[in-house]
Design a protein around this ligand. Structure first.
Ligand code: CA
Ligand code: CA
Ligand code: CA
Length: 407
């Protein structure tokens, strides 16, 4: 259809749309504060109400996860970009976590990941680390034991049962994940990747200008973590978080702490969002600086806006039924397990498990865009041609997006 202005018949009236080619408007960077930021560690005191959180490993102590002490943060994202669309409709131009160091000259700056083979296991140091120190790494987070992205809070326990009673391996209620060696696979628990014999792939390694590699890091140093927005696994994780309105991150490092962290401080300690209220008025609190836009006209959510989207929507409008309900708080967060659509009608039931897009496709539903995009509830599956306004709305939105270059 290149070179012609398409004409659509909507409710008997001809709609002529013209004009393409403007440049994309610049998306604004929004600085987000965490809604949850807390210590994740078997023996944490007041884990969600602390000025600082330390992170460390155990040197491969088989009783504990390798990434033993973690800093968990969750950022609400609705202030940056609307929620509720299919994850593939989100464009993430940048996402940078900033954290400030609270303790002075306790650990060496290492700006690069270290292979798992260089870490000690069962207290034995292989001695092959090629650079001083250990990196500070940030990962996505997943949940178990009934917790999810929205229920895991500052007050949630580390694990089921008594914290001082084993087991402590593989039981924590939230755990760091990556997306496989190439960053394109399903979510993988990296809590004990040294014991597991594989290299974890973080979303980012923390960098600072306050120290040179190998030097001890001074207090008040700010670490920045520019999250990976290129590989499909990390990008999908961020997009899913935007669709659901919250991005969770797990910050870890495997400096070896002694005496369950009560020995000398040889590891990073970060300020939390509560630090100013708990005696550190000048602390720089955690932020996620996010630059993202939504492109709901990318109907097939493939990252491209083109005539495929228009054709696919019109075909599905007439042939497929919409998924009822909204994005599910309990849905898993990892790639391939998402389902996204527009804001549900107030009376619509929630979509059921297993939440996966492919499961809905198999059942004959359209995915990625609510049929009732205009929000003129209700929409009933037994309506032969529900809401022609929704078809018109989509076509309008598509051409607005094309002409503004908004996607
Ligand atoms: Ca390194
Ligand atoms: Ca190193
Ligand atoms: Ca598309």
């Amino acid at each position: 259809m290149a070179g012609r202005n398409p004409v659509w018949l909507i409710g008997g009236a001809a709609l002529v749309v013209s004009g393409v080619g403007a440049l994309a408007p610049a998306a604004a960077q929004v600085s987000l504060a965490p809604v949850v930021d807390r210590w994740v560690y078997p023996f944490a005191n007041t884990p969600g109400n602390r000025a600082t959180v330390p992170i460390y490993g155990t040197g491969g102590d088989a009783r504990f996860d390798d990434r033993d002490s973690e800093f968990y943060l969750a950022f609400p994202t609705a202030a940056a970009v609307p929620t509720g669309l299919a994850p593939g409709m989100y464009r993430v131009q940048g996402a940078t976590l900033r954290l400030q160091i609270a303790e002075d000259l306790k650990f060496e700056y290492d700006p690069t990941s270290d292979p798992a083979s260089t870490y000690p296991l069962n207290g034995t140091d292989p001695g092959t680390d090629s650079d001083p120190g250990r990196p500070i790494e940030v990962f996505g987070a997943d949940f178990r034991n009934g917790f999810n992205l929205f229920s895991f809070s500052d007050l949630s326990p580390f694990k089921p049962g008594q914290p001082f009673t084993p087991p402590w391996v593989g039981v924590r209620n939230t755990f760091p994940i990556d997306f496989g060696p190439m960053g394109d696979g399903p979510a993988r628990d990296v809590s004990s990747n040294v014991r597991g014999g594989f290299d974890a792939q973080p979303l980012a390694v923390g960098l600072t200008t306050a120290a040179s590699p190998g030097d001890l890091v001074p207090a008040d140093a700010v670490f920045t973590f520019a999250l990976d927005t290129a590989l499909p696994g990390p990008l999908g994780y961020l997009q899913t978080g935007l669709a659901r309105g919250r991005i969770a991150l797990a910050v870890t490092s495997m400096q070896v702490a002694t005496e369950f962290g009560s020995g000398p401080i040889v590891y990073p300690v970060f300020y939390t969002s509560k630090a100013p209220a708990l005696g550190f008025p000048n602390a720089i609190t955690p932020t996620l600086e996010l630059t993202a836009t939504a492109c709901p006209a990318d109907y097939n959510a493939d990252g491209l806006l083109n005539l495929d989207d228009l054709g696919d929507f019109i075909t599905d409008f007439y042939l497929a039924q919409p998924i009822p309900g909204g994005v599910q708080p309990a849905a898993p967060t990892y790639a391939g397990q998402w389902v996204g659509f527009s804001v549900p009608c107030p009376t619509a039931p929630d979509a059921a498990a297993p939440y996966a897009v492919d499961a809905y496709r198999t059942r004959g539903y359209r995915v990625g865009f609510s049929a009732d995009g205009s929000g003129s509830c209700p929409i009933a599956a037994d309506q032969a041609f529900p809401n022609l306004d929704n078809l018109g709305d989509f076509i309008t939105r598509y051409y607005e997006s094309v002409t503004s270059g908004g996607c």
